[in-house]
Design a protein around this ligand. Structure first.
Ligand code: NAP
Length: 273
């Protein structure tokens, strides 16, 4: 089975893609949870494509580190960062207002933050864990969109929610997290429809298993990793950069007639028909 996969397909998109076309020149993007993992890779890619980026996460030390690295690559003028725990109203407000005061306008919001504090049978999940998962993964995504909305309206901007392939095919022992990710598909549809009169597009990314800290229980242990790989046609876990090109496309004018859609970046892992 494996022999039919050419080594070409085993390359990550970091190696294969043609980045740096500057198709986002003049755009301003806010990306939540973007000091590491998928959010960081998205921020890096949007900056490569010409956008000015406002990155954020909960810890100042992480923000400082990521800002430094991204500035080295993209220049001081193109990159700013601020602490934002997406579950905190004041932080969400600061994030958007800082982006406006720094860059003057806003065209793109990537809502990427999520938590998963629990692992086990769904009905054994404590109520507090349900609350945390839905507060951060779903409610905060809607609230940050609400904060960005008046600014996106002025620029005919767009939003991308980062969901998960688990929203289609629930991950074992990650029931509430998977349900929260299904809810983001719904939020994408609802807002795509409601914000279309303002010329704001709303789309969604559903990554498969991407090698980050968040998913390390799936890929760090060889036995578990080999089981997980059986479900992935391309026979490798994704890299954060593999997700970034799809987001760059969705937020660009190349996707100007696309709204309410979810793009799966899962290496062929089962998702939907
Ligand atoms: P990650 O590598 O663990 O990165 C998490 C990032 O989020 C860090 O920058 C972290 O920085 C920040 N963060 C965590 N909680 C936050 C909060 N409450 N508010 C603001 N920032 C927060 O995670 P990832 O794998 O890239 O996941 C990113 C998104 O992709 C999530 O929505 C996740 O559900 C989704 N996803 C991931 C996978 C996967 O296999 N990795 C698959 C499907 C979907 P601080 O610690 O400084 O806050």
């Amino acid at each position: 089975m494996l022999s039919r996969i050419s080594p070409f397909f085993l390359l990550s998109c970091r190696t294969m893609s043609t980045v740096g076309t500057r198709k986002l020149e003049g755009k301003v993007a806010v990306i939540t949870a973007s000091t590491d993992g998928i959010g960081y890779a998205i921020a890096d890619r949007l900056a490569k494509d010409g956008a000015k980026i406002m990155i954020s996460s909960r810890k100042q030390v992480n923000v400082d580190r990521a800002v430094d690295t991204l500035r080295t690559e993209h220049g001081n003028e193109a990159v700013a960062g601020i602490v934002c725990h997406v579950g905190k109203d004041e932080d969400r407000k600061n994030l958007i207002s800082e982006a406006i005061s720094r860059f003057g306008q806003l065209h793109i919001l990537v809502s990427n933050a999520a938590v998963n504090p629990t692992f086990g049978p769904t009905l054994e999940t404590p109520e507090a864990a349900w609350d945390k998962i839905f507060e951060v993964n779903v409610k905060s995504a809607a609230m940050i969109a609400k904060e960005a909305y008046p600014h996106l309206k002025k620029t005919s901007g767009n939003i991308v929610f980062v969901s998960s392939i688990g929203g289609y095919e629930p991950f074992n022992f990650l029931g509430p997290y998977s349900v929260s990710k299904t809810a983001l598909f719904g939020l994408t549809k609802v807002l795509a429809d409601e914000l279309a009169p303002d010329n704001i597009r709303v789309n969604c990314l559903a990554p498969g298993v991407i090698k980050t800290r968040f998913s390390e229980t799936l890929w760090k242990n060889d036995m578990i990793a080999n089981e997980a790989l059986k479900k992935i046609s391309l026979n490798r876990f994704g890299e954060p950069a593999d997700c970034a090109g799809a987001v760059s496309f969705m937020v660009s004018d190349d996707a100007c007639y696309m709204t309410g859609e979810t793009v799966v970046i899962g290496g062929g892992m089962k998702s939907r028909l």
